[in-house]
Structures are given as C-alpha cells and as structure tokens.
Ligand binder design. Structure first.
Ligand SMILES: Nc1ncnc2c1ncn2[C@@H]1O[C@H](COP(=O)(O)OP(=O)(O)OP(=O)(O)O)[C@@H](O)[C@H]1O
Ligand SMILES: [Mg+2]
Length: 357
C-alpha cells in the first residue's frame, strides 16, 4: 500500500484526531486527512502542505486596564491548538478568560502580547481573507428588535450574498422555523440564542466559534444544540465551543482545553484528559478521622470530602472490597460507598479549584 502524503503534526493535534491538510487547492477549501500514530495520512491527490490547526494561539496575553489604572490580566501566556475538524470544548470557570481569548481570535480585541492564527491566517492582518469561513456567536449578538427573525437573517444573508434558501435551512436547523415571522423583540432568551446560532451557521463556516451557545436554552434546546454542534463537527468543520455545561461538553466534544485565571490547565482529547484522573471511592462513615487513619495505615491515599461524614479514597472499584474489609476489621462500618469514575466535571473541579483557599 502506498501511503498518501504526510504532514507535520502540530502541538496539541494528538494522534487519532481527524485533521485536515492545508492544501493550496483551486477550490480554496481544505482537503481531508487523519492523524494516526503520529503520521498524518492525507486522503487526497491534491498538492502537498503541512497540517495546521484551525486555531493556533501562541503566548497570548491580554491585560485590560480599568478604573484608576487597575489592571486585569485576563489571559496570560496562553498557547492553544484547536485541531482542524471535530468539536473542541473551551472550558473554564467564570472569569477564566474564555470570552477574551475568543474575542482575540476573532479580532474583536487586540492582544497585549502574543499571536493568533485562524484557519492559517494571522489575526488581525489576515482575518479579511478567512472571515467568510468563520461563523461566530460571542455574547449577545445584535439584531433589529422590530424585524422578524427571518428578516434579520435575510439581511445577514444579503450582506454575505447568500441565497434566501440558506435562511430556511438555518431556521430549520435551529428549530425556529415556526416562529420565524415574529419580531425579534418578542423572542424569549432561548429563541434569541437560537437566532444567533442561526446567524453564525448561515455561511456554512469551516470554523464555527460559539461562546456559551446553550445560554438560556431549555433541556430540549440544549439537546438540539448538542446535535447541531456534533453534526457540524462530524461534517469536517471545526467547532470551538465554550461552555459551563460539562456533561454536555463530554457528550459532544472530541477534545477540550481547560483554562483558569487566563492560563491553560490542560488540553487534549477528552479521553486523554480523563485518563489522567482515575476513579475514586466515596465512603460515608461516622468516624471520618479514625477511618482515614486506618485506611492510610493500610496503604490507601485518603482525602477529605467536601461534605462532613464522608471521605474520598484514591482507589478504584477493584479496591472497594478491601476498603470495606479494612474498616470493618477496625470496628468501623461504613454507611455507604460509591465508585466515582472520572468525568469532565470532576476533573474540571479538581483542576480549577486546586490551590484555591
Ligand atoms: N472589557 C473588559 N474590561 C476590563 N476587564 C474585563 C473586560 N472583559 C473581561 N474582563 C475581565 O477579564 C477576565 C476574563 O473575563 P472573560 O469574560 O474573558 O471570562 P470568561 O471565561 O468568558 O468568563 P464567563 O464564564 O463568566 O463568561 C475577568 O476578570 C473579567 O472581569
Ligand atoms: Mg465568557
């Protein structure tokens, strides 16, 4: 078998990620390829190139100057690679710097330091070349309040020279078709959010950037949004989505980055991020301090739980019987024991509250 062309895998573009090769083709689109075991396999006959990230952030720093020269370091020394293709979750607690980073990559604010490349173009200089391939929803988008949802989208479509049929497509995609004639000002928060997402996907972007797209959505709306995002990611586009809904993120993202206080805490494929965090046992028992000592002298690593009357043993399901036995032998009987497998929420909390007082 002859291997097709290969390229260089950038940092953060781990083995197994779908990736696309930047090929100067006459269509101006990317060709498809995959990274496997460190080699990028390109499934096209088009010319050669190197694999690039959809978004590449290097040494980004953003300092906001505020009242009485008070400065806020919103982003600090941030390096980030968003692989091409798939869904990338951008996570962090309130004020971590997610929106600021997104604003930097869309050229909406000027970084204090560092560089940002989007679809292989430097921001802000090269942004005009790629902006037609980028759809974005950042915080509350502006629509004409007295115009219908459809008319607002038609105006957007017209400025981008898109056919009216595209408006119907996106209204259907976001589930707003039956309220499309209503004025924007009469929309609920969730409906406004749906319209904003419709605006972002109108140009069928190669890179879709969604800052908290589930804001204001009801459970059915959240599920619809997840499906829409997954559809986009699976179609070869790249979706960069910031969210606080970690269970959602785990369901829809191929890879994630967690930031805190403007700095990157971890990033990679969801499975890789979770892999570093083993399961643990949550034990409910009356004599927490006595039980901790007994377990520690039996060789277990024990942590205090965040609620009284419980402790956390750094051990997996296979150790549950030994934990129970150790405690029973010492005359302590547990009230409950639960195996907690690592999920994005537990990892997020562990990583973002570490060192907090
Ligand atoms: N225009 C601004 N002027 C001054 N400080 C700002 C400005 N925008 C953001 N900040 C500060 O920068 C930090 C990062 O804010 P940012 O909005 O990027 O966080 P975030 O991760 O998006 O938070 P959230 O999850 O609440 O949306 C915060 O401390 C915030 O107060
Ligand atoms: Mg934000």
């Amino acid at each position: 078998m002859t291997l097709p062309k290969t390229g260089i895998i950038p940092d953060g573009c781990r083995s197994g990620f779908p990736a696309r090769l930047v090929v100067p083709s006459n269509t101006g689109r990317y060709a498809h390829g995959y990274t496997q075991r460190g080699i990028t396999v390109i499934t096209t006959k088009e010319g050669s190139g190197v694999v690039a990230s959809a978004v590449e952030i290097r040494g980004l720093r953003k300092v906001y100057s505020g009242f009485r020269a008070r400065e806020t370091v919103a982003i600090d020394s941030l390096d980030l690679d968003v692989p091409i293709g798939g869904v990338f979750g951008f996570l962090g607690p309130n004020g971590a710097g997610k929106t600021t980073a997104i604003r930097c990559l869309l050229g909406l604010v000027t970084p204090t330091k560092g560089s940002v490349r989007v679809l292989d173009s430097e921001v802000p200089r090269g942004l005009p070349d790629v902006i037609n391939r980028v759809g974005a929803l950042v915080e509350s988008p502006k629509f004409f309040p007295g115009f219908s949802g459809r008319l607002n989208l038609e105006l957007l479509a017209a400025t981008r020279r898109l056919p009216a049929s595209e408006v119907e497509r996106v209204l259907d995609e976001v589930g707003l078709a039956d309220r499309a004639e209503d004025h924007f000002e009469t929309y609920s928060l969730g409906m406004k959010q749906r319209l904003a997402v419709a605006g972002a996907i109108l140009k069928n972007p190669d890179l879709l950037v969604l800052d908290e797209p589930a804001n204001g959505l009801d459970p059915a709306g959240i599920k619809d949004m997840r499906e829409l995002i997954r559809r986009y990611g699976a179609s070869g586009s790249t979706v960069l989505v910031s969210s606080h809904q970690l269970a959602e993120v785990q369901l829809m993202c191929d890879s994630v980055a967690i930031i805190n206080r403007g700095k990157l805490i971890t990033s990679g494929a969801v499975a890789d991020v979770l892999a570093g965090h083993a399961a643990r046992l949550r034990v409910a028992i009356d004599d927490v301090s006595g039980a901790s000592l007994v377990l520690e002298s039996a060789g277990f690593v024990v942590q205090p739980a965040e609620v009284p009357g419980q402790l956390i043993v750094e051990a997996g399901e296979s150790d549950a019987a030994r934990v129970t036995e150790t405690l029973a032998v010492s005359g302590r009987y547990l009230r409950g024991l639960r195996v907690e497998t690592a999920n994005l929420e537990s990892v997020f909390l562990e990583l973002t509250t570490r060192g907090d007082t």
